[in-house]
Design a protein around this ligand. Structure first.
Ligand code: SAM
Length: 323
């Protein structure tokens, strides 16, 4: 038995080393891809700007939609104010992806609301005060525009540093994304007990996982947890005792304030979470009216999680699974 324990420990540590190696390889690959991306940005920035279509051949002005589309290609501007060389996809000033569609919307004055990462384009009249657009005189200059104008006037050095900070931010984001993907992959290929060991070894992984998950979920057209929450609010009796199996950050309990919810996950990331393995939750048998699994049947031993939910459910209780 001792020999077996020693052998298992050896296997486990070898396995972890292999996984770490795989993770490092993935990080290297990400960095390489980023460098290639930077090269592409640099070469896009180096393309000399073409003169506007009208200046090339004033006598042969194109008509209609095709002409407008062409003009956008030649004169496209990123919402940050940077000029996009013809055909460029990434803005040489801020590094943001800037499609012709976006540029066209900005040109037509229908651009999306600005985000923290991509500042709004200074309005045309602010760049050229002599040429104000109709109807814009009533709109006062926003004080928040001032730093952007200073940045724009700061010249190539400032532009370069803006580009670099944007590239560094993107690199950090990619690394965070890669760490999350590695963890996610782990959770789907190991048992609950093994997952607990990984998180015990490095508790910071839990935060990394939940941040990564939040970032991913924010991109989905619809988060299934929202559906579960509205179902519980609308169709489940307010006195029902609920068990959220694999609760993550326990948003379900947060949004069902006043209801009785037990939230279980591997790590206690906040006060609402009871840390445990879903294969053995600290609840009496027949104590829940509803059990919820929202994207939580992750471990290779997930049937044990369902068996455990069955043990905790009262006769006639509901097991709600979203996978
Ligand atoms: C993809 S997240 C979903 C979180 C939440 N249900 C939601 O929809 O926002 C799945 C969660 O299940 C947890 N989990 C996976 N296997 C587990 C296990 N064996 N024991 C406890 N929690 C587990 C993970 O830690 C993770 O937080």
């Amino acid at each position: 038995a001792e020999a077996r324990v020693a052998r298992d420990a050896k296997w486990e540590s070898r396995n972890l080393k292999q996984q770490q190696h795989q993770y490092q390889q993935e990080q290297l690959l990400e960095q390489q891809q980023l460098q290639e991306q930077e090269q592409r940005w640099k070469s896009a920035a180096a393309v000399p700007e073409e003169p506007a279509a009208e200046e090339q051949r004033p006598e042969k002005r194109r008509k209609g939609k095709a002409a407008r589309a062409h003009a956008v290609t030649m004169e496209a501007r990123c919402p940050c104010g940077g000029k996009l060389p013809a055909g460029a996809v990434f803005c040489p000033s801020c590094g943001a992806r800037c499609t012709e569609e976006k540029a066209r919307a900005a040109k037509a004055g229908t651009q999306e609301p600005p985000t923290a990462a991509v500042p709004e384009e200074p309005a045309a009249e602010k760049q050229r005060p002599g040429k104000r657009r109709k109807g814009s005189a009533a709109t006062p200059d926003l004080p928040s525009e001032a730093p952007k104008l200073v940045e724009a006037a700061a010249g190539p050095e400032k532009q370069k540093s803006l580009w670099l900070s944007s590239a560094t931010g993107k690199a950090a984001e990619r690394l965070r994304g890669s760490r999350f993907r590695w963890l996610n992959e782990q959770l789907y290929t190991i048992t609950g007990d093994e997952a607990i060991k990984i998180f015990q070894k490095d508790p910071s992984l839990a935060t990394a996982y939940h941040e990564g998950f939040r970032a991913q979920a924010a991109k989905w057209p619809r988060n299934p947890l929202d559906g579960v929450i509205s179902w519980l609010k609308k169709d489940v009796h307010p006195q029902a005792v609920i068990g959220d199996f694999g609760c993550g950050e326990a948003r379900l309990a947060l949004e069902l304030q006043g209801r009785k919810v037990h939230s279980f996950d591997l790590v206690k990331v906040n006060e609402r979470v009871t840390p445990c393995n879903l294969a053995a939750v600290p609840l009496e048998a027949d104590s829940l009216d509803v059990t919820v699994f929202c994207l939580a049947l992750m471990g290779t031993d997930w049937p044990l999680f369902v068996t455990e939910a069955h043990r905790c459910l009262k006769p006639g209780g509901l097991c709600h699974i979203v996978e």
